[in-house]
Design a protein around this ligand. Structure first.
Ligand code: ZN
Length: 426
C-alpha cells in the first residue's frame, strides 16, 4: 500500500479506509467522473464509437481466430502469447506476460492515474483435446468458448483499435489485461496475482468483460468456498473386523448434518454436496470416503456462517462415529480447500456503477444488475470499484459444447466499454 504517494482521490480513500479513517472526508466532487451522456457527443469519442462499429467485422474474425487457439484450465499460454502479439501490434505500451501468465498492455494517458484496468479472461472450462473449431452461419458463431470469454478478448482488441482510430486522448491511463484462471479450479488465480503482485495498489477502477448483453451489469460478486473432505480409518473385513469406525458411515452422518443447514434467502446463500466416493467392496469397511462441497453467498458474513455450520457437521460426524465404536478404527478427517472466491459488492452510488448505467442508457438500453462470480469478485472484496460488463452480441450455452454467439448488434459491447473508459479516465 502506497501511503506516502496517493495518486488519486481513490487511492487516497483506499489508504484512509485501510487506516480506519472515514472516506466521507471527500466531497462528491472529488469523486466525479465523466458523464457518458455528454461524452457520446465529443468529436473524438464519437469517432471512436463509429470506429467500433466499423471494426466489428474484423473483431469477429479475430474472435474466431483466438477461439481456435485452445486455452484449457492452467494451459492458457499459447493464447496468452497471441494476445501479447496483438497488444503490441495494436500499439499498446509496456506489453508483457506476468509470472502468473496474465497478459498486460498499457495505453498511457496524460497521467498514470486514475489507472483503469479493463480485462477479459483467457481460459475456458474445456479440457485439452476439445474441438474448438468455429462454425459460422451468418451472425451465428458456434464453438466451445466462443462466448465465455473469447468475446471479451475480441472486444478488448476492438476497443484498443477504435480508441486509436478516434484519436481519443485520456487524462487517466487504461491498462488492458487478459487474465488466466478465471474458471473453476483456476480459482481467479490471474486476477488475484494482479492485485497481489503485478499491479498492486495501482488499480483505481477494474472492469471485466465477461458475458455479452450490454444491459446486464454485474455489480456484486458471489463468493464461494469449495472443500474436498476425506474421512479416513483403518478399514477391514466387514464381518471379521466388525466394530471399527466406518469412514462411509461418517460421511453419511456429515451429509445428514449438511442437508439440515439453514441459510438466509437474502443475501442468497447456498450449499451443495456435489460429489461423493470411497470404499473398495461391499464386504469391506472402507479405509476412505470423500465428498466435494460447494458453498456460495453474496456476502462474506453469510458465507462464513454457512462454512461454520458445514465444519460443525463434519466434526460432529467424526465424533459421533468414533463414539459409536468406542474410538476403534482411528477415524479422522482431512479438509482441503479447493476453491475460494471472495464475495464483494460495488455500491450502486459509486462513480463506476453510475457511469456504467449512464453508458448503457446512452446506447438506448436499461441496465439490469445482478450478482455473479467473475474476476471482479477480487477487487470488489478489496474495496476497489469494479464492474463486470458484457462484450456485445448475445451468448448461449456457456460452459457447454454447443455454446454459440449471435453477433447481432455486437458493436454495442465495445461502444459501451469505450464510453465507460472515457468517463473513468476523464
Ligand atoms: Zn467467463
Amino acid at each position: 500500500m502506497r501511503l506516502s504517494l496517493p495518486r488519486t482521490p481513490f487511492t487516497l480513500s483506499r489508504a484512509l479506509t485501510t487506516l480506519g479513517l472515514a472516506v466521507a472526508l471527500f466531497s462528491p466532487a472529488a469523486l466525479a467522473v465523466g458523464d457518458p451522456a455528454v461524452l457520446i457527443n465529443e468529436p473524438t469519442i464519437k469517432a471512436a464509437l463509429d470506429a467500433a462499429k466499423r471494426n466489428e467485422p474484423w473483431t469477429l474474425e479475430e474472435q474466431i481466430r483466438i477461439n481456435e487457439i485452445p486455452a484449457p484450465p492452467f494451459k492458457e499460454e499459447v493464447r496468452a502469447r497471441e494476445m501479447e502479439r496483438l497488444f503490441k501490434e495494436l500499439g499498446l505500451k509496456d506489453v508483457r506476460i506476468d509470472k502468473e501468465g496474465n497478459v498486460i498492455g498499457v495505453r498511457p494517458g496524460e497521467k498514470p492515474a486514475p489507472n483503469v484496468v479493463i480485462s477479459a479472461h483467457l481460459d475456458t472450462v474445456f479440457p485439452e483435446g476439445t474441438d474448438v473449431t468455429v462454425k459460422r452461419e451468418g451472425n451465428i458463431l458456434r464453438a466451445p468458448g466462443i462466448v465465455d470469454d473469447t468475446r471479451g478478448l475480441a472486444a478488448l482488441l476492438n476497443i484498443i483499435r477504435s480508441l486509436d482510430e478516434g484519436k481519443v486522448r485520456t487524462a487517466g491511463t487504461i491498462t488492458f489485461v487478459g487474465t488466466v484462471g478465471e474458471e473453476g479450479l483456476g480459482d481467479l488465480r490471474g486476477v488475484k496475482a494482479l492485485f497481489r503482485d503485478t499491479l498492486k495498489d495501482q488499480i483505481d477502477f477494474f472492469i471485466s468483460i465477461d458475458g455479452t448483453s450490454i444491459n446486464r451489469v454485474t455489480s456484486a460478486g458471489v463468493g464461494s468456498y469449495r472443500y474436498r473432505v476425506t474421512f479416513k480409518g483403518t478399514g477391514g473385513h466387514s464381518y471379521g473386523a466388525f466394530g471399527l469406525a466406518n469412514p462411509i458411515h461418517a460421511l453419511g452422518r456429515a451429509i445428514d448434518g449438511i442437508a439440515e443447514i439453514q441459510v438466509p434467502r437474502q443475501p442468497k446463500t447456498t450449499f451443495n454436496v456435489g460429489r461423493i466416493g470411497g470404499g473398495t467392496s461391499v464386504n469391506s469397511i472402507a479405509f476412505e470416503a470423500w465428498m466435494e462441497v460447494d458453498m456460495r453467498s453474496e456476502t462474506m458474513v453469510a458465507l462464513e456462517a454457512v462454512k461454520e455450520q458445514f465444519m460443525t457437521s463434519v466434526n460432529s460426524a467424526v465424533e459421533a462415529e468414533n463414539k459409536r465404536w468406542g474410538g476403534r478404527g482411528n477415524l479422522s478427517v482431512e479438509l482441503e480447500l479447493v476453491g475460494l472466491r471472495p464475495a464483494g459488492e460495488t455500491s450502486q452510488q459509486s462513480p463506476i456503477i453510475k457511469a456504467t448505467n449512464a453508458a448503457v442508457v446512452a446506447l438506448g438500453l436499461q441496465p439490469i444488475h445482478s450478482a455473479g462470480s467473475t474476476d471482479s469478485n477480487v477487487p470488489m472484496n478489496l474495496g476497489v470499484p469494479a464492474v463486470t460488463i458484457g462484450g456485445g452480441g448475445s451468448g448461449f450455452g456457456a460452459h457447454a459444447l454447443d455454446e454459440y454467439f449471435d453477433s447481432t448488434d455486437s458493436h454495442l459491447g465495445p461502444q459501451m466499454a469505450i464510453l465507460l473508459l472515457a468517463a473513468l479516465t476523464k
